[in-house]
Design a protein around this ligand. Structure first.
Ligand SMILES: [Zn+2]
Length: 116
């Protein structure tokens, strides 16, 4: 086995373990989406700048090789939709897609889980 494959397998093992632990934790807590930062603060972490305004703003899509702004981000609810590659979702979905994370891991990382 090459080091590359071995490293990959150990990464997979670690991520599945942490997901199991996360599901247990979520079983006792709940996801509170109102703990999300405002859309402009949220997307700033991903180098996407939302200007003041309302409704949808077009930005460059980070999920495909975009050379003109194809992705709409909503100022109010933080949803996103790319008209070129079809990527879409809410702020949690953006985090999941960016980090290739599960819903549970995204909620934990964004500190949305409240203990019951
Ligand atoms: Zn796209």
């Amino acid at each position: 086995m090459t080091d590359f494959i071995r490293n990959h397998l150990s990464t997979l093992k670690q991520s599945s373990v942490s997901t199991k632990r996360a599901i247990k934790k979520v079983g006792r807590g709940k996801v509170n989406k109102s703990r999300l930062p405002s859309p402009s603060d949220f997307y700033r972490q991903f180098n996407i700048t939302l200007k003041g305004g309302c409704g949808w703003q077009m930005v460059k899509c980070p999920f495909h090789d975009d050379n003109h702004a194809s992705m709409g981000v909503n100022h109010e609810h933080g949803g996103y939709k790319c008209h070129a590659c079809g990527a879409s979702g809410d702020a949690i979905g953006f985090y999941m897609q960016w980090h290739n994370a599960s819903f549970i891991d995204a909620c934990r990382a964004l500190q949305l889980i409240e203990e019951a």
